[in-house]
Design a binder for this molecule. Structure first.
Ligand code: DGL
Length: 273
């Protein structure tokens, strides 16, 4: 038995953990942010896969039976290979889940025009995962994507509030809106982006909904645990949260509360050993 592992390249997954914890406060959680190697969004398929697998193994070694990739880039580029190729060898009774599936299952409920805009990292956009997955669940919807390669570096470096940072963000949002004037739903398909939600809302017309994934993913996990009582029984329930970072602990603790909404005390670990 062990805590639920939550992984992200850096701080972004904390926005997801915050919503998961609100929805499922009884469980124990072990968060791992690979801040030292973030961002993942501009890295190749092979590198994202390799880094994500290292993180998953670390969380397994620390007792997790269930790991959530709270990172769209990892979910898009590494999840399937880990599930199909690695898990059967590592431990067929453990599970790794991502954020893409729960989101793509229900995103069409938000649109009336059937035109959905996706803001994401370059890696997620190039993988075409959102286009393919939304196509399966809602073939009537047209998906318009905009890669935002500078956003995660801006956020990780706490520069997203600066004038220059806001200019870059606004430029990408305008580019998405210009792609199709029928977009009425914009999905923030990167777990770092919820910290920009209010600003993005101020940039789009009133009728355009800006959707972040946290609550959607939290409901998806609650549903998964309800449908898989054998896994639920393996997840410990003492209401604790533990944080690990591959960067400096001080730096992580200083920034993490902006994403998690509470004071955070982390521990430094190394992944590439
Ligand atoms: N939070 C990750 C995501 O959802 C950010 C990826 C990155 O590190 O570039 O895609």
């Amino acid at each position: 038995m062990g805590p639920i592992g939550i992984f992200d390249s850096g701080y972004g997954g904390l926005t997801i953990l915050s919503d998961i914890r609100e929805r499922l406060p009884q469980y124990d959680y072990l968060y791992l942010g690979d801040n030292a190697r973030a961002p993942y969004g501009t890295r190749s398929f092979d590198v994202v896969y390799e880094f994500t697998l290292e993180a998953v193994k670390e969380l397994f070694d620390r007792g997790c039976e269930l790991v959530i990739l709270a990172c769209n880039t990892s979910s898009a580029k590494a999840l399937r290979t880990i599930q199909q190729k690695d898990l059967p060898h590592i431990d067929p009774d453990k599970r790794v889940l991502g954020v893409l599936r729960p989101t793509t299952e229900i995103i069409s409920q938000f649109t009336k025009s059937n035109h959905i805009g996706i803001l994401a990292t370059e890696g997620t956009v190039n993988s075409q995962s959102y286009v393919i997955e939304i196509g399966k669940f809602a073939p009537q919807c047209e998906v318009h994507q905009q890669a935002c390669p500078l956003w995660v570096p801006l956020i990780e470096n706490n520069e997203h509030h600066t004038h220059a940072g806001r200019e870059f963000i606004s430029k990408d949002v305008q580019a998405l809106l210009e792609e199709c004037d029928q977009i009425d739903t914009i999905l923030l398909a990167c777990t770092h982006y919820p910290v920009l939600k209010e600003y993005i809302e101020s940039l789009v017309p009133d009728h355009v909904k800006v959707i972040s994934q946290g609550k959607i993913v939290a409901n998806g996990i609650a549903d998964y645990l309800r449908r898989h009582p054998w896994m639920d029984a393996k997840c410990t329930k003492n209401g604790t949260v533990t944080f690990l970072t591959t960067e400096s602990k001080e730096e992580f603790d200083r920034n993490a509360s902006d994403y998690f909404g509470e004071k955070v005390e982390s521990m430094h670990i190394s992944l590439n050993h």
